[in-house]
Every structure is written in C-alpha cells, then in structure tokens.
Design a binder for this molecule. Structure first.
Ligand code: BEZ
Ligand code: FE
Length: 307
C-alpha cells in the first residue's frame, strides 16, 4: 500500500521549529565551545530525524528499549554500543574523518573490539598462531614513510580470528592465540607466520544482531587480518588486509573494506617449501604481501590536500 505522506500544517511546523530553537538555546552558555558545538549539532540532527520520519511514540519507546538492552548486554568483555556504531557505519565514518588520505599512505579501517594490549612479541618469521587452528599464512612486507624511506623499529600489532571464526578473547579460558607484536628490521621489512584469514560473524546474539536480522543484513565480516602500526613521528595506523576474491568483500557488516586493502593471499599447495624453511608437514599454506606506508604524524583531517 502506498504510504500517505504526512505534511504537517504551518502551525504544527512552527511548534516543532520553536522547540528546536529553545533546546538549542539551552546549550548556548556551555563554557567549552567544542561541547557546545557537539550538543547543538546533535540536537539539530536528532530533531530533524524525528520530524522527518514523524516518529511515533511507540517507535520512540522501542528505541529506548533497544538502547536499554544494548546497555544491559555491555560488559568489560562485550561492547554492544561499539558494535552498534560499527553496523551503522558510524565507526568507519569517524575513521574516514580522522584519517584523511595523504599521498600514498595506507588507508585505515575499523579497530574492532578484539584488540588486546600486551600481546606476545615474536621475532622476524615468528608465528602468531599460538596454537590457534587454521591454515598457516606467511605475511611479509615493508613499512615506509610517504617519501619511501624504510621505517626501522616500527611496532606492528597483528591479530586475527582462528579457523573457527573466533578470537582468543571470545573463549572462556584466558588463552592468548592469534595475536602478537613484532618490529620491523633496519631496512623496514617484516615477516611473520599467521593464519589464512576466514570470514566470521560479529557477535550477533544481542540487540545489534536482532537489528541486523530484522533488516535483512548479514553479521558476517569479510576475511581479514588486523594491523596496528606505530612508529615515532608517524601517524598511527589501524587497518586490516582483506582477502582477494572473498565473496563478502562487498557486504562487510561493519563497512571496513577498502579496495587498497584487498590483497592476494596466494594459496601454496603442499610440498612448496616455506620461505624460512619451516616444516609444514604436508599442509597447504598461503602467502601475502602488505607494504605499509605511514603518513607524517602532524597531518590532521584539515591538513593540506596532497592529492
Ligand atoms: C573485528 O574485525 O574484529 C570486528 C570489527 C567490528 C565489529 C566486530 C568485530
Ligand atoms: Fe576482526
């Protein structure tokens, strides 16, 4: 049935606009100018939304119930509000706003909830799997600045889900697996063993999962390997690499995929010798290359346009 557009009367529109003005004015004396800007913009946008969709009181109550459930399921180990931000694309948009393209610097993407401080350190060629099940994957690359200079001693934090689609922190046994940190060599190169990334669902047994189900959206993330790269004087990079050919590249639940981050994970049949001579015991493995370019630290969202 075609929906009848509701056009409020002039009098009604005046009542609504008056309220927006009154609420905006209530924040006029906020001493912190940034807080004033944020609260007033929020009021403008929330009121515009309510007026645009002609929000019913029942829908308002449903929204309150949804946010209440989101709060109730949130704990130290589960952040449902971040998940909500992720599936609305708000996390990715905040990253876009704060990581403006600079020369050929590597693009950033979502952080996700599964990063852990104090991961084990591995040497060049070390294995981050820590016993996690999955197909071995040799990952190598360089870290350079945007002038092409190698960055030695850059710290790379790397983390990923196991072959069952779970991060170590999703198990109840305090294991550490599928994560590590390492440092680039003098010449800016790095290499390590990880696991060939697999697709997995974001936690979807809570209100955010229910929202995805009701809207016909999938909770699946495209296969990826997380990186956090830091080096003095250079902009911290939070990113992933994605697997070329993955069916989910176009429908990632948190909108994290960027074309430049899609890499070839070359399948290696059993019997192909590993680059470091590792005995793979007849197993298949894969290899991928990721050359990371870090922007200068001083570049901000309002920085110069470098093309
Ligand atoms: C992740 O990639 O680990 C992730 C990102 C956003 C929400 C859930 C998981
Ligand atoms: Fe992830």
């Amino acid at each position: 049935m075609p929906e009848t557009p509701i056009t409020p009367s002039v009098r009604q529109r005046r009542v609504e606009a008056d309220l927006v003005r009154t609420v905006l004015a209530s924040f006029d004396n906020t001493p912190d100018p940034r807080l004033r800007e944020l609260t007033q913009a929020l009021v403008r946008h929330v009121h515009a939304f309510i007026r645009e969709v002609r929000l019913t009181e029942g829908e308002w109550q449903q929204a309150i119930d949804f946010l209440t459930a989101t709060g109730h399921i949130t704990t130290d180990r589960r952040q449902e509000f971040v998940l909500l931000s992720d599936v609305l694309g708000a996390s990715m948009q905040t990253i876009n706003v704060n990581n403006e393209a600079y020369a050929d610097a590597t693009e950033a993407t979502v952080f996700g909830p599964f990063f852990v401080e104090k991961s084990p350190e591995i040497p060049r060629g070390g294995d981050l799997a820590g016993g996690a099940p999955g197909e071995p994957c040799w990952v190598e690359g360089t870290v350079t600045d945007t002038d092409g200079n190698p960055v030695s001693g850059a710290r790379l934090e790397v983390w990923e889900a196991d072959a069952d689609g779970f991060y170590d922190v999703q198990y109840d046994d305090d294991r550490t697996a599928g994560r590590a940190h390492l440092f680039t060599d003098e010449d800016g190169t790095f290499a390590f063993w990880g696991l060939t990334p697999v697709p997995y669902p974001i936690p979807h047994d809570g209100p955010v999962g229910a929202l995805l189900a009701k809207t016909g959206r999938s909770p699946m993330r495209a296969s990826h390997l997380h990186f956090l790269a830091t080096a003095p004087g250079l902009r911290t990079l939070v990113t992933h690499i994605f697997v070329e050919g993955d069916q989910l590249l176009g429908s990632d639940a948190v909108f994290g995929v960027k074309e430049s981050l899609v890499k070839r994970f070359e399948p290696q049949p059993p019997g192909i010798p590993a680059p470091d001579g590792r005995d793979l015991d007849g197993r298949t493995w894969s290899r991928a290359r990721f050359d990371i370019v870090l922007a200068p630290e001083a570049v901000t969202a309002t920085g110069a346009d470098h093309g």
